[in-house]
Every structure is written in C-alpha cells, then in structure tokens.
Design a protein around this ligand. Structure first.
Ligand SMILES: Cc1cc2nc3c(=O)[nH]c(=O)nc-3n(C[C@H](O)[C@H](O)[C@H](O)COP(=O)(O)OP(=O)(O)OC[C@H]3O[C@@H](n4cnc5c(N)ncnc54)[C@H](O)[C@@H]3O)c2cc1C
Length: 183
C-alpha cells in the first residue's frame, strides 16, 4: 500500500504498511513451437547467475493453452536494479527491453543444452515485483479490531500466490471472528 491518504486513516497500521521494501525484476516471456524436451522439469531456480534467478514453464500450469510451450524467466533483482539505474524509472524503451530480452535469453541458453529459438520473446519490467519482507509471518495479516479491518497480501507471508492466499484466508478468519464477537 502506497496511498498516504488511505494510511492516514489507519494510524495504528500505517507504520507496519509504510515503506515495505520491494525487489524489481525483469520478466521474459518466451514461446516455442516445440517443447523444450531437454529440460526435465517445469520450473527451476538458477543459482550462481548474476542475470537469471528462475524459469517456469507457464504453459504447463492448469488450464493454459498448450498450442505452444511458453516459459517465463525472471531476472535477479541485482540485474534489474542495474538496468533501472541506467535508464531511470521512465517507461523502458523498446531498445532497452530488446537488449534485456536478449541478455536473459542468452543466459537461459547457457544454463541448459539445446534450447531452440523461440518464435516469441518479450521482456517486461516490474519495478516493484516482489515484496522483500514478510511483515506478519505469525498472524499472516495485519488487522485492527476497532476499525473492523484486516489487510492481507503476499507482503504479509511470502512473495508468491501461496503467501497471498494464506494471508487472504487469515484476514477472512479475523473478520469472521470480529463480526461474531460484536453480535
Ligand atoms: C512477473 C511475476 C511473475 C510471478 N509469477 C508467479 C508464479 O508463477 N507463482 C507465484 O506463486 N507467484 C508469482 N508471482 C508473485 C505473485 O504474482 C504475487 O505474490 C501475488 O500476485 C500477490 O497477490 P496479492 O493479492 O498480495 O497482490 P497483487 O496480486 O499485487 O494484488 C494487489 C491488487 O491491489 C490493487 N491495488 C493496489 N493499491 C490499491 C489501492 N490503493 N486501491 C485499490 N486497489 C489497489 C492492485 O491494482 C492489485 O490488483 C509473480 C510475480 C511477478 C511480478
């Protein structure tokens, strides 16, 4: 949450919610006409790379089209910070995104043998991609009984969908308890 006007209404919670650190990331979508049969898994982390942190086969997720095989690569935060330091926070130019796409793809190729050329390749900058802190590891959400308010999100638990869902459930339970106790 970055909206100062909203936070002023929540003095008790604003300290926790203000300035949650975030990590930037460049993501690269690749689409291949044929499956990358040399890769035996559908997602993996990349250690010891200054450029790439992970790769996921998006088309292997439930209910995705399988007419092509699509992979999403994530840059390291350090790589993204370095590019942002060079280009500033304005919308990245096509030249910058093309350069990033090429660098991430080359790094992907160097991690695995026989990666063919994709027919689609596009990079996207996520300036605040992932929270870099989990502010409510135990309670999984932040809440204020007097205001009958619970706030949830991945920044409470862990920087992924699982963390967001966990936090959402915790917030729903809090609100249920608060409503029940005020009957
Ligand atoms: C490129 C990328 C790829 C990812 N891939 C994966 C993956 O494969 N698997 C995985 O588990 N996780 C993945 N994640 C992480 C995952 O997307 C997040 O952890 C998850 O979406 C967090 O859910 P959330 O509900 O906490 O926040 P969000 O999904 O960010 O939702 C917050 C919502 O609040 C809205 N909002 C913000 N401020 C206000 C305001 N003031 N008023 C009203 N609305 C507001 C926003 O517009 C947004 O719709 C990825 C993240 C990125 C950046």
């Amino acid at each position: 949450m970055n909206d100062d006007a909203d936070l002023k209404l929540l003095p008790g919670l604003s300290e926790k919610l203000h300035n949650i650190p975030v990590r930037p990331c460049f993501a690269l979508m690749l689409a291949f006409a044929e499956p990358l049969s040399t890769i035996p898994v559908k997602g993996f982390s990349i250690k010891n790379s200054k450029i790439l942190s992970s790769a996921y086969c998006d088309s292997s997720k439930p209910d995705r089209s399988t007419t092509s095989e699509r992979w999403v690569l994530h840059s390291t935060a350090e790589y993204a910070e370095n590019i942002i330091a060079q280009t500033g926070l304005k919308k990245p130019s096509d030249a910058t995104l093309n350069k990033v796409a090429e660098e991430l793809f080359q790094e992907f190729q160097s991690t695995e043998a026989n990666i063919s050329q994709p027919f689609f390749k596009r990079a996207h900058r996520w300036g605040s991609a992932f929270p870099d802190a989990s502010i409510a590891q135990e309670e999984k959400c932040v809440w204020d009984r007097s205001k009958r308010l619970a706030i949830c999100g991945d920044f409470c638990v862990s920087p992924n969908v699982e963390g967001a869902i966990d936090s959402g459930f915790a917030a729903a339970l809090r609100l249920k308890d608060i409503s029940a106790s005020s009957l």
